[in-house]
Structures are given as C-alpha cells and as structure tokens.
Ligand binder design. Structure first.
Ligand SMILES: [Zn+2]
Length: 287
C-alpha cells in the first residue's frame, strides 16, 4: 500500500512537470520572438533585454539573475555579446544556456579576430536559430515535439517569404550604391547577404569611440563615392552621425534598428517589420 502511494505521488509529480509551461529566458529581442513563435502555448517566455534597449550595455539586475537561475533554458545571442554570462555562471543554476551565435555555421569577424555578434541581421541566421530553438524545446518536452515542429514550420514559411521580398527590394538598388554608413558595425551579415559594404563610425560594440582619423577617412569616402545618405540607429546616440551630416552635407537617411526589435506597437515591433523597415529605409535613401 505504502509503495502504491509513493508510486502515485511520483506519477503526479511527473504529470505536473509536464503540465507547466517550459520556462524560457531570453537575452535578445529577436530570440524573444523566436522563443514565442516556436513555443506557442507550451512555454512561458521572459525577455530580460527589452525592446529598444542597447544589448551591448545591458547588465542583469538581481531579479534578472534570479529569473536566469529558475529557467529551463536560456537563449543568448552568444559571440561574446553577453559578456556578463561568465561572471554570473555560478548563479544560473541548472538552466542550459544556448548561445545561438556560437552555433552558427558561418560567423563574420572584423579585423580577423573579433566575432560579429549581430547575426540576426541575416534572415538565414534567424531561420537557423529557430531550428536550434525547436530542437531544444523538443529535447526538453518531447510530448510537445509535434506542436513545436508545426509552429517552427509556420514561422519558417513567413521568414522565407520575407527573404524573397527583401531580395527583390534590394535588387532595385544598383550595386555601386550599396555603401552603408552607420553608427556602429552592426550590419555585417546584412552586407554579406546583399552585397553592401559597411562603413561604421564605431566598431562592433556601441561603446567604442572612433578617433579623428577614422572620421576624416569616412568623410573623404562619402565625398569620393558620392554616398547619398548615412544612417542613425535606434539605440545609439546620433551625435556622431549628426556631425558627419553637418561636415559633408550628406543626407540623414533615417534610423535603422541594428541591435534588435523596437517597442510593441511601434514600426519595428516584430522581426519581419524590423527587416522591412531597415531594407526600405536603406534602399529609398541610397537610390
Ligand atoms: Zn550592436
């Protein structure tokens, strides 16, 4: 009898673990979207890095670290973007930290060494990321694997349609006009996909300060290549871009979303909206 009671208690606890949604914590707004799209109703997502927040300067609070510790899985950008992860590793408990960027088949680097963490600016990488997330969910919750696969497939179809649409849009811009002058070096993957050259004021992180010589080179380049517009970024102070505009008379082409999604209800609240907005802003300003 006693054994029977223990056994039934064990079965009840198993059912409970299966019943509750998987706890997913994300450190990147695009990953927050992927986590929700693939997970559907079977998971709860806690996005610690909020829309319109600069992920380079994000630092987890005590309650963020608690959320990380209680997660079933943590989705991070990887490629050293979340430099605090090593520091708080002993606090993150049993959760597996999936560093998406580290798993990509092809990582860009500048200067030959520093990896470019802005992988979400290539649609192919987001397709890859959603497959990694699906596989991880299926591993953690095999009973919902079919549902995760269905959700991932629906999301994949939308991303493939987006890819076709963006390629068609970029096609209308002559190759010699594909120069992207931005605040920081965040569009390397976009540039690789669509044949652009990036000329950033700052480096791969938003906190690196350019020197006067680099700025002079940029000003010279804008004049020499007859570049029509330069771009500000949503989460970066636009002072340096404004200086460049004043110095060269070049047009400010608009604001790009380089480091992740914008706030809910805004014009870059979803990945599809963000990619469309960036592509349209770039093509219309440089044409
Ligand atoms: Zn960035």
């Amino acid at each position: 009898m006693k054994h029977l009671l223990l056994l039934s208690a064990f079965i009840v606890s198993l059912v409970r673990a299966e019943d509750r949604p998987l706890r997913v914590v994300t450190l990147n707004t695009v990953l927050t979207e992927i986590a929700r799209e693939v997970g559907g109703g079977q998971i709860s997502v806690n996005g610690l890095v909020k829309p319109d927040v600069d992920p380079h300067s994000f630092d987890p609070s005590a309650s963020d670290i608690r959320a990380l510790a209680e997660a079933d899985v943590v989705l991070a950008s990887g490629l050293s973007l979340e430099s605090y992860l090593d520091r708080i590793a002993s606090n993150t408990g049993k959760a597996r930290v999936l560093k998406i960027g580290d798993a990509l088949p092809s990582v860009l680097s500048t200067g030959g060494s520093e990896p470019d963490p802005h992988w979400w600016n290539s649609i192919d990488n987001v397709l890859f990321a959603s497959e990694l997330v699906r596989a991880e969910y299926a591993r953690l919750r095999p009973s919902s694997a079919t549902e995760f696969a269905r959700n991932a497939q629906a999301y994949r179809r939308r991303l493939l349609a987006l890819k076709t649409e963006i390629a068609r849009e970029i096609d209308t811009l002559p190759p010699e006009k594909r120069h992207l002058v931005t605040s920081h070096d965040a569009f390397g993957y976009f540039a690789r996909d669509y044949g652009f050259t990036v000329h950033a004021i700052s480096g791969l992180s938003t906190d690196s300060e350019p020197d006067a010589r680099h700025l002079a080179t940029l000003i010279d380049l804008i004049r020499r290549k007859h570049i029509k517009a330069v771009f500000a970024e949503s989460s970066v102070n636009s002072k340096l871009i404004a200086n460049l505009v004043r110095e060269t008379g070049v047009r400010l082409g608009g604001t790009l979303y380089a480091d992740g999604l914008g706030v809910a209800g805004g014009d870059a609240a979803t990945y599809e909206a963000m990619v469309r907005l960036n592509a349209r802003t770039i093509v219309e300003s440089l044409r």
